[in-house]
Design a protein around this ligand. Structure first.
Ligand code: FE
Length: 332
């Protein structure tokens, strides 16, 4: 009898513990809910939308469990010309905070309108431009938006993200500041790693041909040999591409010929496609070079310019992957 009473007491204790833990954790959301349905479910977390996956990656690392975050523009889609699709307006209206790149990256008219009319939109590139205008590159009077491809510049987005999250969730101040410091350190360390890695490549090999002009900041930061080269626009001789700052522009024979001339001048052996841009222009260049008896290869490994790509979970992985592809190709 004593044994039965003891067993019954143990069972009651176990049931109480389970109920206590369930109470602490709240009711878990059903697994069948989509990412958007989970994001839109009311809770105490800050609801954040970032336009690109690259911004979203940094926001996620800083906000952690205190926020619910999504990116608006899906992988492989071009952020330059993105126009809103069904459901996007609801996401943007529901967001407490929107982070976008600015510097005219998101120039699709419908998206730009929504970004301009939300009370809490933070254009991170525009904030950096105000702080350090001398670091922003221009092409035909248009700002080059691809600042994330220079990690030393992209580290500058951390503080504005931390400040915006504190504004929406003051109780999380110390958490966001601690996370922000960690994220900034990891980006700064990555910057040093890539600089050291690409310094090992002989100068004459560091000439980068890609589909669109996304790698100007990357070139200035990681492919130059001297400070002079980096600050006096001489870095421009280290990269070339047939398509402009946005891959949605018209491609001209002149643009193609300029890249062909560049390839001949610097004896470029490999050209690099990008994951979110058509390879048509690179194939055309390859074919013209072949007609002139010059064999060039289109790399089988695609660079990631405007998206994270399927192999990278984070911004840091994406940039390190780009540097590794160039290093492995050029060192061989
Ligand atoms: Fe781009």
């Amino acid at each position: 009898m004593r044994y039965i009473i003891l067993s019954f007491s143990a069972l009651l204790l176990l049931l109480s513990l389970i109920l206590f833990l369930q109470g602490r954790q709240g009711h878990p959301l059903p697994n069948h809910l989509s990412k958007i349905e989970k994001w839109i479910t009311p809770n105490n977390r800050v609801k954040v939308v970032s336009t690109t996956a690259i911004i979203d990656s940094i926001v996620e690392q800083i906000g952690g469990e205190r926020i619910d975050h999504i990116s608006l523009i899906e992988e492989s889609m071009d952020p330059h010309s993105y126009e809103l699709v069904k459901g996007d307006s609801e996401k943007l209206s529901f967001a407490q905070i929107i982070f976008c790149n600015g510097l005219n990256l998101e120039h699709g008219a419908s998206l730009r309108y929504q970004l301009q009319h939300h009370p809490n939109t933070f254009a991170l590139g525009d904030i950096i431009q105000k702080k350090i205008p001398e670091k922003i590159l221009f092409n035909q009077n248009q700002p080059d938006p691809h600042i994330w491809l220079d990690a030393s510049l992209w580290a500058e987005v951390v503080d504005p993200i931390v400040q915006a999250l504190i504004m929406a969730d003051p109780e999380g101040k110390s958490y966001y500041e601690t996370q922000g410091e960690k994220v900034k350190n990891s980006i700064v360390n990555l910057d040093k790693t890539i600089r050291d890695q690409l310094k090992m490549i002989p100068s004459e090999k560091k000439h980068l041909v890609t589909s669109h002009s996304a790698f100007n900041y990357f070139t200035r930061r990681y492919l130059t040999e001297t400070l002079d080269e980096a600050i006096n626009d001489q870095w421009q001789s280290r990269c070339s591409s047939p398509e402009g700052l946005a891959p949605d522009g018209q491609l001209s024979c002149f643009d193609i010929q300029c890249v062909v001339n560049y390839i001949f001048q610097y004896k470029v052996k490999t050209i690099f496609p990008e994951s979110n841009v058509s390879q048509d222009s690179l194939r055309k260049i390859q074919s013209i070079c072949l007609e002139k008896g010059f064999l060039i290869e289109i790399s089988k490994n695609m660079l990631h310019s405007d998206t994270l790509g399927s192999f990278s979970q984070t911004y840091q992985e994406m940039l390190a992957n780009n540097a590794n592809i160039l290093y492995q190709t050029w060192i061989s």
